[in-house]
Design a protein around this ligand. Sequence first.
Ligand SMILES: [Zn+2]
Length: 429
Amino acid sequence: MSGTGGGLRVNSPAPDLALAARLFDQLRQDSFDGTGVTRDAYGPGEQRAHDLMARVARELGLEIAHDGARNLYLTCPGRDRTLPAALTGSHLDSVPAGGNYDGAAGVVAGLAAIAGWRAAGFVPPADVTVMAVRAEESTWFPYSYLGSKAAFGKVSREVLDLPRADTGRTLAQHLADCGGDPAAFGPAYVDARRISRFVELHIEQGPVLVDAGIPVGVVTGIRGSLRYRDAKVLGTYAHSGAAPRANRHDAVRAAALLVAAIDGDWERMEAEGEDLVVTFGKFFTDPAQHAFSKVAGEVGLCLDARSLSTATLERFDALFAQRAAETGERARVRFELGARTGSEPAVMDAGLQQLLCDAARARGIAHRVMASGAGHDAAVFAQMGVPTAMVFVRNDLGSHNPDEKMDLADFAPACQLLADALAAPPALA
Ligand SMILES: [Zn+2]
């Protein structure tokens, strides 16, 4: 944007929503598995979606290209082709028996925006590229953000030997099935310095927008995570009638005390304004040893904490270790937290957030500024230094399931904001 700040941020003609509706219908038809949609990464499901987008791009007269990982790039040439391009897009794979909109909405939105420009005779100031990203869902290949990282040359060639979870066949074999050449896999295809911005439209995968009654979200950042996937509480098995309280080393009681203590800490940190979500997603005794009449000697549990702030995650990690030590002493058990894993938070670009909020205000689109709890390809672009933003669309009934329900009436304003952000001049204020 010009450096004048404020003011109207309405840059783009209306997107072609009829095209969007047709594409969603065709995608569903092409990938319906009897229960939900399955677009398997580097398999026939994902490939059909790629073929569909390429076909539409050809009809729109866009330039079509692939990188060594078979990510697809559909480019609408701008007035000045020497300027850095604006990128948009998302992934076209889905989880097995998933929903029709997770990922695909971002690619459809990009094409609908460009189709609207073509119909209105509008040419953007710089090139605009819609990217269809491969393999974002790590259920297929055990690797996070495979496609977007590969676009930046950040995936080592050893990954070609990874087997896909269901077929057992390697990435190299699947890549070849999709018209790729494993020998060409590896080098960077995109250059962060040649990208003015990456803006990803995606359905919201939590209930925030539905609960708030607001159709569109402007994302502040993508939460990073702190994980203990395999923590243990080790006590001693004992007779439930014969072991007095003072002699017990009860792993269930200790684990429950820890969860309650951490819940209190979470509540306090949230009240202090810290961004944090905490989940103990697994919590179990050993079915081979546990019994109705036994004090449990072992509990397995896992922790997944997420925040927009690395400092918050570090503070929480220290607190978790402290609570485990205190609880271990109090309940006379031992906590083995195991290996820590996780990811860095990705902060969205302040100027782009402003641009999206200004456009929403200028157009009278109700919107909320919010964090993303789930990971997205946009995180990779942000981490590579590309100014990055995300637009969320209200989506009922959750995600990663066949009931995922996005209303086209909510998609429309989100797609308009995406088009505005892509049509804005490359030099952002
Ligand atoms: Zn997604």
